[in-house]
Design a protein around this ligand. Structure first.
Ligand code: 6PG
Length: 454
């Protein structure tokens, strides 16, 4: 007998996930207030296994028990209000899945509310945009309940596949799937900004749009590409009415908040994610351009494409390491036992940050103990070291030519700081102790003491 899933929400993601389930032989029961929307989707399906209801109680009653209901509605208010309504209709052992971009703490709260009612809950991060949802997204599941095998195989059937298998991660804790998705988005912000900065460097080097597009495209042959690099190559060369589209887009970047939540969460845990901070800040800063009486111009750069390639690699790897370190830290603090190779597999295909780099790092993990922290893997540090000289040349040239590269530079600074044998923070502690008696720790001592400075 075929399985059935109930889906609430018919936005871009909800509609495409519904069609994806339908294609994979899962009966889909939809809830939407608009009968027209439901009928449009039924018409689009190549199968005859989609049903729809405009009344929530009829929708719930139609689904066989234990019901599996997937929410594909905007995070926050919309998710909370539909969950509240569903609570009155669902029965013990039913399973509620939140597939929106919910903040992980909201998923923990919703999961706990479900638990009180004996309803199972899964917080499921979905990545891959419209095409991913339709043909294979990366799915990040978090639950404190056992996920039934039949549900897991339904979910796997719609997911993206990689050389290591389905891109479905199953993590312990109601909020952990959404936490992993949030970090995915933080890394996404930094990767996007690294490409924007590279675009700026190449523009200042007087490369034409076609040349820049070709440069990004060429990274594919060298196994240095990514989904974001590929779409950037397409975007930069796209013309309408003989004009490049990109040249007619306002350089003001918006966000829906997941990058900000990544930054806020890392600050709450006192954990550094500088490349992601800078990437988020770059979007904010783009709203405050040309604020001075005099407008300045970047000078011509004399770029070496090989060095830019290595700079992009370095900055992307540095960002990825920062993100993975935060996942390791969060996992230890919250006793979640998150396995990094599993996260890497989760992101190998379908999601927005899928890339050759992730494949490469996943392969490196194959040969080591999974308990090693990413910064204990020599091969990974060697990759950064190999590209370091080219990175320095690019940074020097950008400084000389007045090209802003906040994420590239911060990825470099983070590596230098986190690997260097000297850190000047002793002076910060001394200053704090000098003016405020905030105390210092002497080398090899645990105790905090106030020193006599005058
Ligand atoms: C994904 C994307 C997706 C979406 C972001 C956009 O993994 O499919 O990350 O979740 O693109 O919500 O986020 P911003 O509007 O904040 O850029």
């Amino acid at each position: 007998m075929s399985e059935t899933i109930g889906i609430v929400g018919m936005g871009v993601m909800g509609k495409n996930i519904a069609l994806n389930f339908s294609d994979n032989g899962v009966n889909v029961v939809l809830f939407n207030k608009s009968e027209k929307k439901i009928n449009n989707l039924i018409d689009k399906s190549s199968k005859k296994n989609i049903y729809g209801f405009t009344q929530l109680d009829e929708f719930v009653n139609y689904i066989e028990k234990p019901r599996k209901i997937l929410l594909m509605v905007p995070s926050g208010e919309a998710t909370n209000s539909i969950s509240k309504e569903l609570f009155n209709l669902l029965e013990p052992e039913d399973i509620l899945i939140d597939g929106g971009n919910s903040f992980y703490k909201d998923s923990i709260e919703l999961g706990n509310k479900c638990k009180e009612k004996n309803i199972s809950f899964i917080g499921m991060g979905v990545s891959g945009g419209e095409t991913g949802a339709r043909h294979g997204p990366a799915l990040m599941l978090g639950s404190s309940d056992d996920i039934p095998e039949n549900l897991l195989s339904m979910i796997k059937s719609i997911s993206a596949k990689s050389s290591y298998g389905d891109c479905v991660g199953v993590y312990k804790g109601y909020g952990t799937g959404h936490f992993i998705k949030m970090l995915h988005n933080g890394i996404e912000y930094a990767e996007m900004q690294i490409l924007a900065e590279s675009y700026s460097i190449l523009k200042s080097s007087n490369l034409s749009n076609i040349e820049i597009s070709n440069f990004f495209k060429s990274l594919k042959e060298k196994n240095q590409s990514s989904y974001l690099i590929e779409i950037s190559s397409e975007i930069i060369k796209k013309k309408t009415n003989n004009e490049y589209l990109i040249d007619n887009i306002k350089p003001i970047a918006n966000n829906k908040g997941t990058g900000k939540l990544t930054v806020e969460t890392s600050l709450e845990y006192n954990f550094p994610l500088p490349s992601i901070y800078e990437a988020f800040n770059a979007r904010v800063e783009s709203h405050f351009q040309k604020i001075w009486p005099k407008v300045t111009h970047s000078k011509n750069l004399n770029v070496n494409l090989n060095k830019i390639e290595n700079t992009i690699y370095f900055a992307r790897l540095s960002t990825l390491i920062q993100g993975i370190l935060f996942i390791e830290h969060f996992s230890n603090k919250e006793s979640l036992e998150i396995k990094i190779p599993e996260v890497l597999q989760n992101w190998l295909s379908g999601c927005i940050i899928r890339s050759d780099l992730l494949q490469e790092i996943k392969e490196i993990y194959e040969g080591i103990s999974t308990d090693s922290s990413i910064v204990e893997i020599e091969e990974i540090q060697n990759q950064l070291e190999e590209k370091l000289d080219d990175m320095k040349i690019t940074i020097n040239e950008c400084v000389e030519s007045q090209v802003a590269i906040p994420v590239i530079y911060s990825s470099y600074n983070w590596y230098i700081n986190s690997s260097n044998n000297f850190n000047p923070s002793s002076l910060i502690q001394a200053q704090r102790d000098f003016f405020g008696a905030h105390m210092v720790q002497l080398l090899n001592e645990d105790e905090f003491i106030h020193l006599d400075w005058v």
